[in-house]
Design a protein around this ligand. Sequence first.
Ligand code: F6R
Length: 596
Amino acid sequence: MCGIFGYVGSENASPILARGLKNLEYRGYDSVGIATVSTRLEIRKGVGKIDDAKERLRLEEARGNVGIGHTRWATHGTVTAENSHPHTDCRDEIAIIHNGIIENYYEIKKRLLERGHRFSSETDSEVIAHLIEDNLSNRGGAASSNGSSFEHACVRAFQELRGSFAVLAVRQGEDKIVAVRKDSPLVVGLAENGTFFASDVAPFLEWTKDVVYLENHDLVVADRAGVRFFDQDFAEVKRPVSTVEWDLEEARKGNFDHFMLKEITEQAETIQRACVQDMAVVERIASMIRSGFGVFFIACGSSYHACLTGSYLFSKVANLHVNVVLASEFENYEHFLTDRTLVFAVSQSGETADVLEAVRAAKRRGSRVVSITNVMGSSLSREGDELLLMNSGPEICVLSTKTYTSQVVMMALLVCSLKGDPEECVQRVKGLYMDIYNLTSRSMRERLKDLARDLAGKDHIYMIGRGLQYTTALEAALKVKEVSYIHTEAFAGGELKHGPLALIEEGTPVFVFVSRDNEDRIVSNAQEVKARGGFVIGVSDWNSPVFDRWIKVPDCGDLNPVIQAIPMQVLAYELAIQKNLDPDKPRNLAKSVTVL
Ligand code: F6R
């Protein structure tokens, strides 16, 4: 959830850290801090977003060619300057930054307190700095031909940690960064001007596209001379260098005010790229589905909604039942897994802890796993038996928009492959190009801005649909609530009279998602709402007398979940703008949820 960035090389580290942290802010943003090493260790940290902190803390004035930086999303300990990273040892000579959770921090802290260490934060992370210090003073970290005493002290400290962690450590007088990764993302960038560390590749794309994706438990030591990789026993290992295919421009806002709007607008293209798959792999996966005994889709948030949409497509189009389970609830279903079960794990980031935990449980039981992710090199991209990439390019806004529609398209592609005709999906997706272009056009945005003005003062918004339109309503409600902070909830149209109808008062806004194949039933649900004074907003290809407002979208049959989601993304964006909120960084949320 936090963002980690590190640099060692020929340049002054602090301006590079400030730029890198800015690019990482979407991972967490309640506090920020850096440590640089010159003749002494310099720490600058505090509460707030990077732009404010940069000025206030004069981040770019810190000196040294070695530096580590962190943007925090609080888990252990409240949002205070003391709890922000980097954390230091008792003498302020060692500094660490950490992403993840140290499960055994309490017992380590207790032992270190008894040994006289003084702690200054409430975090689990701080124990790492003291543990390294303790190892050094114990001489447990004596130098050897294989590394300095600092490196050995770090290795011994890392070996003691339980939980998930990506850690960067520096020490006064040492021109190096020592790093480790276990169950938390960390990648290494190799550039002419030095070595970079980050939670993902996007923040260092402007310096390099050459990257090393670390294995779990890998240790890394980087100094001005270069970088070396070690396994958890500190034996040197080789790691392959990959080239990132993402473009730097894709990770920039360009002419857009916000990443959210940029990413919404990109969808005419990104859904086409979602179809560009190795068809031999798609066919292999289709035959795994056919021969499997039990198919599970596991995911969280918007990715879960895409899987739910997929389950309707599998049922309707391919006549196949698949199970869709929230990754965080998957432990309740694990006992059904066998070596004949097929598990699809779907995650934009590929680092969502709940998803990875479910994947590991599936692998333990011998089930095969298909990973669907947007991030090459992410944990998920490496832990499955088969891999499909979304090809959406970097998604920087905390909200999923373009990756959601890509996921839906990939579900449709799998379903068409099961019917033996993946090309049908590819052609139909091509046919959506102009529709999406129109739905994200300036004139459409003006209309949705108008609607947003009317809705911005509301406390509650409801959304209904049936079948594929129900899953669309779920996703639309998530988008609106997370970015506008308006309570927004979706219901299956048929469920209204089983309870939710009690919520409808004079003027309550209710969005109704309509498709040609179930229009009669959903329109009669809309009438039930209208009869109780509700304000009905139709999302459909035709206008009905029951609608008070109408969002015109073409009817695209099984691809309606793509086409109907897009104006709702735009509406959510406009609501945030109306309410003067930052759509890229909704409060309390982080892009990559790497803790359970
Ligand atoms: C909603 C949103 C989240 C993510 C969820 C899963 O806009 O972005 O609900 O969909 O946190 O993330 P991934 O797909 O990275 O596993």
